[in-house]
Design a protein around this ligand. Sequence first.
Ligand code: CS2
Length: 492
Amino acid sequence: MFTAPRLSAALLPALPGAVRRPGYDRAALRTGIVHLGLGAFHRAHQAVYTEDRLEAGERDWAISGLSLRSPAVRNALAPQDGLYTVLTRAPGGDEARIVGSVTEALTVPEQPELALRRMAAPATRIIGLTVTEKAYCRDAGGALDEAHPDIRADLTGEGFPRSVPGLLAAALRARADSGAGAVTLMTCDNLPDNGGTLARVLARFVALRDPGLAGWMADHVRCPATMVDRIVPATTEAEREAVVALGYADAWPVVAEPFSQWVVEDRFAAGRPRWEEAGALLVAEVQAFELMKLRCLNGAHSSLAYLGALAGIATVSEAMAEPLLAAFLQRLWTRDILPTLPPVPGIDLPGYTAELEERFRNPAIRHRLLQIAMDGSQKLPQRLLRPAAERLAQGAVPRAIAVAVAAWMGFLLGGDEAGGSHVIDDPMGARLADVARAAGRDADALSAALFALPEIFEPALATHAGFRAAVRDSLALLLRDGVRPALRAALA
Ligand code: CS2
């Protein structure tokens, strides 16, 4: 399969000098972090900050990575001793770094008892999560969705937990029983108030399933909030080939932009690596950073994803090359998003959005719009709909957000202007596609049917005549004339 020698610990000394690699003794590490969700994002973000601390001599924080479903990452990394490449791509060229902080990769469904043992080990002091929005099993109000099939199954207590709250509750129960000590649950997902959300869904799950655990948790568990940021598109063959060109084969390199940011609420139950010395910001309060990032970056991403995908455009940088879309983002930020943000310590917001624009334009990163378009029902509320409701409360109709929401509605019809088609990859996908099919290309019917979904639209939006009309009118234009004329009208 590979023409070049496969990455492994034994291969490290033989690699070309340009490839940065672990300079510390991996055999001397102890596992201090168990991470749930060993996807590309974790490997290009938190694992790299941790790698810097291992390099600096903090040996107690190696990462045991757990994939919740698929064995694919384990299959790629285990033969490589957990090593993988982070390929940082900028217009000026690539930089390759081999990361050694993930010393073990497991798949929970295949090794459930071992995974639980890792989470319950006394040396494990942080359990990190990048499991995507939907894995928190929250309802529209951010509380535990008790009707979620995985939650219902886990509440019976039969079989190994299927949900993230169920898995964490089992791990905490094991820690409490064995006296393993305090642990921090550190979510790094793009949720609103991610630490508070995790604490809330978990507390509710435990209240229903294992109420005796609540007292132990109050004394031993912390759930700090975090803001995480790095653009990490799905790996493609192109990156595997770029690594082969360096002289070795990596079954799963990750690709990332140069920019990376991490803001962490400094509230840990049992210590942490000195990530601040690796560039993270450890603060007392994350919320302002989180709102800025979720709304400016992720909100713009989702807007580009639906508008661009409808126009038949494939990637973020290609979308940014369309002047109407770039102008639209400026309008979205200045009129609808920035007025909803509190001041962010140390950050100039117009400078922040200017930098975002540059990051989105990075031609070395091929970030597919359809990847970002996934799970819209889970993403739109915090990215675009909450700020829309806040703008309405300020007395302004957020017209740019209305265009983006209309694009999402049009996207649910499954086709684009170039004659292409896409599936609706979303936990509510079947229902959304049914609603869209029933309404068809009738903007009135389609927008009305979607506004009627309380899981997505909060009442302040669903009942606001001005916002509804703005969305419906944009949708009518999008469906009748297409993305570019609709954008031209919106910008006029
Ligand atoms: C993107 C994010 O796929 C998406 O929804 O908006 O993954 C985005 O690239 C990251 O949050 C950037 O930090």
